[in-house]
Design a protein around this ligand. Sequence first.
Ligand code: FAD
Ligand code: N01
Length: 541
Amino acid sequence: MSAQVAAAGVRQLDVAIVGAGFSGLYMLHRIRDLLKLETQVFEAADGVGGTWYWNRYPGARCDSESYVYSYSFSKELEQEWNWSSRYPEQPEILQYLNHVADRFDLRRSIQFETRVTSATFDETSSRWNLTTDTGEKVSARYLVSAVGCLSSSNTPDFPGLSSFKGDFYHTGAWPHEGVDFKGKRVGLIGTGSTGIQATPVIAAQAEHLTVFQRTPNFSIPARNAPLTSEAAREIKENYDRIRQTCRESDFGFPYEVSERLASEVSAEERNAIYSELWDLGGFRFFASSFGDILSDKAANDTAAEFVRAKIRETVKDPATAELLCPTDHPYGTKRPPIDTDYYQSFNRDNVTLVDVRTKPIVQITPAGLRTEDAEYDLDIIVFATGFDAMTGALLNMDIRGLNGTRLADKWADGPRSYLGLQIVGFPNLFTITGPGSPSVLTNMPVAIEQHVEWVSDCIDYMNRHGLSRIEATEDAQEEWVQHVWDEAQATLFPQANSWYMGANIPGKTRVFMPYVGGMTLYRDRCNDVAEHGYKGFALQN
Ligand code: FAD
Ligand code: N01
């Protein structure tokens, strides 16, 4: 199975896969072990895991329940792996992905410490030519991007960063040896899911933690707990049903998605429902409360007000509590974080909250950080400032399609794709969880498995029919882009300055990137396309 090397020193592959996270690992298994094609994964890191390789910051853990934040494709894997808790920490998820790599003997087909730096489609041969930062050249019939939606970290371009005398870290590229916060004055910038997870853990170690908040978020308690052997046994006995529920759910989760409307019940009943879900913790608050909280502002206000009341109840200092209460976006329109003692952290004497919405950070200084109205002396700065989401890692690869067109130019006004799987002008390129697919609006392994299986089935179909080139048609792509847009407009999502909208990156075009119509509809549509001979795609010999 070792890759052939052509005379010119260009390695010839059937399929080149970029990325060795959840997506790339399963893609490799399907292409190499089921289709028996010549394939290789290229991964910038020196290990597998993707998100879980890079994000080693204190407090990092999943917010999908462990037993469904995992692969469903192997019953043996499912039965043999034991999760410790409801929301395990990063090392355990990384261990799981390493176990998968070993169990399916994947490592021998992964080239680590190799970043793909360019990918150009050759029209004559209908093949992708790749170059890597190790100077290698690769030619592949198909290119599968498994580069992740949240893998290109974003460090804001604050003036003076290089002058800082202390240490600074981005949470998405955390040092493997960890960071010792003991006795240190720490500044943490960012209050998304990451900042919210890291705050309580850093606060417990540091001499002082200053949290610089631009936008407060609505966070729900995770209620993490060990998975008892009883619970684990029950899950394993019922895995088929659980997975089926996930596959049939719009968000890819195993629990009920409520269709009842917030206005259908009295205020007392509504609060009782919210209270019950708040006590259960996690995404249930979002998914199982009311079916209209993402589409009706009045319904959404009831959830938002409930969370704000909880914040005011938890945080002792009224001014700090008010600052932590989100008012500028509807609940759930930014990815809803879940936490362990986030709001409680602000009752500690060694934690300060600073509003950088009204008084923005203007400079990093040798001694710390300056906002418009104050100086903060710091030993360590933690950038929990997120990612150039959904398009960043793809565009960093310098992808060029027909006529040498750069994907970056093609997407200058926002990403356009057919089903989030393919792009007009870029034949034989598949994007796992690409923009225009449900991706980040789901429990991602469910979306990833669906994409990987669809792509490998498609490649298999191409081979069985003696075809060598597949490209989305303009009409199909336009119709899909319009549909993605219409679905988003029917919700409150576009009202938030979120990374879903590209709003966190200065200069990035604002357009709602994921598909909000739900996994069920999406899966049916993809199946229908395949069943009708890949409707909406042009296939060539
Ligand atoms: P990734 O895991 O991002 O892997 C992509 C890989 O591609 C990376 O290893 C990267 O190094 C590599 N790569 C990128 N560009 C190149 C290149 N040019 N050349 C070579 N290699 C390249 N989702 C959920 O559903 N539930 C959760 O609980 C959850 N928790 C999360 C917690 C954190 C902290 C973060 C950041 C994200 C979380 N997510 C969660 C989303 C998460 O990204 C996905 O669930 C999933 O891990 C994505 O897997 P992936 O393989 O598609 O991408
Ligand atoms: O990133 P984010 P993240 N000055 O973009 C602020 C997944 N995830 O790493 O909101 C000051 O959400 C920015 O402010 P604003 C999950 O999908 C999951 O936290 O743009 N502040 C924001 O507060 C998540 O959504 C888990 O105004 C600046 C923060 O930085 C996604 O990854 C855990 C700034 C960035 O928040 C990304 O989360 C972690 C500036 N110039 C991550 N620039 C789980 O629990 C940015 N900010 C599973």
